[in-house]
Design a protein around this ligand. Structure first.
Ligand code: PDD
Length: 289
């Protein structure tokens, strides 16, 4: 039977209920993380839970956990659900209280919820690449916070689906920001370009790994905003996230990127990423702390 994490308890899926007036439900007042599991082990767990604590701090949500405390909580869920390859979602809301926009006074206990999903790496699309579409970024100005308010992202993704694409790459005016649930990169003349870390994008953990791999391979990693035109004329395009890893985009708005095939720098990054997974997974979780 599948277990769900509700606060500190592992409960059966059909008993996993949350209060109707939870602020996550009424206001999207909360934050989340999504962490990958490879070969029984959480992948890059520490930076993910550090980011969760940062998101909590940025919205003034009191969360009395350490990174290791959160890792233990989620680890228990993964073991209970026997996840070998998959992912774990964890969200924290400001708690349940009578509906009022301002924070509850006195404050109420934050509600934590987590569930797992079992699946393999997306080998086919990693090999062949995906289609993407560009769309205006209509989200708020704190996209650095991994907040539960995902309506802008949801609408962007749905737009992609409508046009037979797997990801929507968003732009504010002419400047490309990020994907609806990923970071975005243009590769031109041997260099990787991606939006700088600021309030307009999420500081992706996969992006951090890609940056490290690029540096190890002497591939210039330029954290500079670029235009939609630059993206369209790139030699290679990538989107990245915890679930899609280093994903090639071979078609943008119905037109081929470069020669329409996955390019050499993308392949180099993918190789590096696989190596990173294998090495991290070889290390017991405890050693990561
Ligand atoms: N999303 N930007 C946005 C808007 C995202 O939603 C995500 C990830 C990323 C990439 O971050 P990371 O590499 O840390 O996964 C960038 C996750 C996968 C999600 O919403 O499920």
């Amino acid at each position: 039977m599948t277990k769900v994490l509700i606060n500190e308890q592992l409960v059966e899926e059909h008993d996993a209920n949350v209060p109707y007036n939870d602020r996550g439900y009424t206001f999207g007042d909360g934050i989340y993380e999504y962490v990958r599991v490879y070969n029984n082990k959480l992948f890059t767990a520490k930076p993910h839970f550090e980011r969760l604590l940062r998101s909590a701090k940025e919205i003034g949500l009191e969360l009395n956990y350490t990174v290791n405390g959160l890792i233990d909580l989620v680890q228990e869920l993964i073991v209970a659900n026997k996840i070998i390859n998959g992912g774990v979602y964890i969200q924290v809301t400001r708690g349940a209280a009578p509906r009022d926009h301002a924070f509850p006074t006195p404050s109420v206990k934050a509600n934590i919820m987590g569930f797992t999903k079992s699946y393999d790496r997306p080998y086919k699309s990693l090999d062949e690449g995906i289609n993407a579409i560009t769309t205006e970024d209509i989200r708020w100005l704190r996209c650095d916070i991994k907040s539960l308010n995902l309506l802008g992202n949801v609408l962007a993704k749905e737009y992609a689906v409508k046009y037979n694409a797997q990801e929507a790459i968003q732009h504010r005016g002419e400047q490309v920001t990020e994907g609806s649930s990923s970071n975005a990169y243009a590769i031109k003349d041997g260099a990787i370009y991606t939006h700088p870390i600021n309030n307009l994008i999420l500081n992706g953990i996969t992006r951090q790994v890609i940056k490290e791999i690029a540096e190890q391979n002497n591939i210039p990693f330029k954290e500079e905003a670029f235009t939609v035109d630059f993206l369209k004329n790139a030699d290679e395009v990538i989107v990245s996230s915890t679930s899609i890893e280093v994903m090639p985009v071979v078609n943008l708005n119905g037109e081929a990127i470069g020669n329409g095939k996955v390019g050499p720098i993308t392949r180099k990054l993918q190789e590096g990423f696989t190596h990173y997974i294998e090495n991290e997974s070889a290390v017991p979780l405890e050693a990561e702390r």
